[in-house]
Design a protein around this ligand. Structure first.
Ligand SMILES: [Mn+2]
Length: 327
């Protein structure tokens, strides 16, 4: 991040009175945690804040204080628009309700397109929430227990409980700082990451019963029928892909989740040294070297064959990342 851009962003936030904060579709803990962490800190400083998320707040994150304030769509006038944890503007979905171009983009995805007037993109950060935990106090917006809890949740979920290869001493120090503000690590960890609904577990069962592998690639499929049978109301894989990546010998794991309207949602997870983000980008998605996703149109079997072929191809090339800006 460039210091002058950090300073300009802070000045713009202090100048603005009505601030709109938006994050990405199918929000995860970092999307909601960043939204709430920044929104609550700005509100505590006397700003009029509106937080929006096209797909609302998942039930696994509704325990966070302030989550009931998050709306589906922007309404009214704003002086400043901030987009969080989103690599491009289309990721925000319908939440902006036709509102103008973003003033500030804060994100950590390598696939970020720098789509705003001011762009703060730090690909060495483990979560957007980690960036905000450092930036907000630096800008003079102090954190309290509620905003610290939201940001710690973003860090916990994006790092799968501090397990990803991008964990640095800075991540742990930042997390410790949030704990000092009253964020309860073990409770937040359990609520956002460990606890699962009965229906999600039943759907995992359906997915696990169809596990397959070839050349270090492990995959499975969740059909619309599996989801219906399990009684699972989400349209995602309930994070089953993270379980697949724990399988010994799995260099890359892939999950295919059938959607209505002939669409397939794909998630990849890769072991350190492999980069699945370019693969996801080719299929119209994006993400991180170790965790990416895409959603494409087509019949399940055709999509599956094409994606697996290219994934296995990637593994054959075994394209290790030349340690680029990883601190
Ligand atoms: Mn994130």
């Amino acid at each position: 991040m460039i210091d002058t851009v950090v300073a300009s962003a802070g000045a713009a936030l202090h100048q603005a009175q009505r601030i709109l904060l938006a994050s990405h579709i199918r929000p995860d803990g970092d999307a909601i945690g960043s939204l709430l962490g920044m929104g609550l800190a700005l509100a505590a400083a006397g700003k009029q804040v509106q937080m929006v998320s096209s797909d609302g707040v998942p039930s696994s994150l509704q325990h966070l204080p302030g989550s009931e304030l998050i709306a589906y769509r922007a309404q009214g006038d704003f002086d400043m628009l901030v987009v969080l944890d989103s690599s491009d503007l289309s990721r925000v979905g319908s939440a902006l309700n036709g509102y103008r171009e973003p003033d500030l983009n804060i994100d950590h995805h390598v696939t970020n397109l720098n789509f705003a007037r001011l762009n703060l993109v730090d690909t060495s950060a483990a979560a957007t929430a980690e960036m905000l935990a450092i930036l907000l106090p630096r800008w003079g917006f102090p954190l309290d227990q509620a905003s610290a809890s939201a940001l710690l949740t973003g860090m916990i979920t994006d790092t799968i409980g501090f397990r990803t290869s991008n964990i640095t001493p800075r991540v742990m120090r930042t997390a410790a700082g949030l704990m000092e503000l009253g964020a309860d690590l073990s409770a937040l960890y359990f609520q956002a990451l460990t606890q699962r609904s009965f229906e999600a577990m039943r759907m995992w069962g359906a997915g696990l019963s169809k596990l397959a592998r070839q050349d270090g690639v492990v995959w499975t499929v969740i059909s619309l029928e599996d989801r219906k049978h399990a009684g699972y109301s989400g349209r995602d894989d309930a994070d089953l892909v993270n379980i697949l990546s724990a399988i010994k010998g799995a260099q890359i794991s892939v999950i295919f989740v059938e959607q209505p309207d002939n669409r397939i949602k794909i998630s990849w997870r890769a072991q350190p040294g492999l980069d699945v983000s370019a693969l996801a980008l080719r299929f119209g998605g994006g993400g991180h070297p170790a965790a990416s996703g895409a959603e494409i149109e087509g019949a399940l079997i055709e999509v599956q064959n094409q994606v697996l072929e290219e994934t296995i191809q990637l593994l054959r090339q075994h394209h290790p990342i030349v340690s680029e800006s990883s601190q």
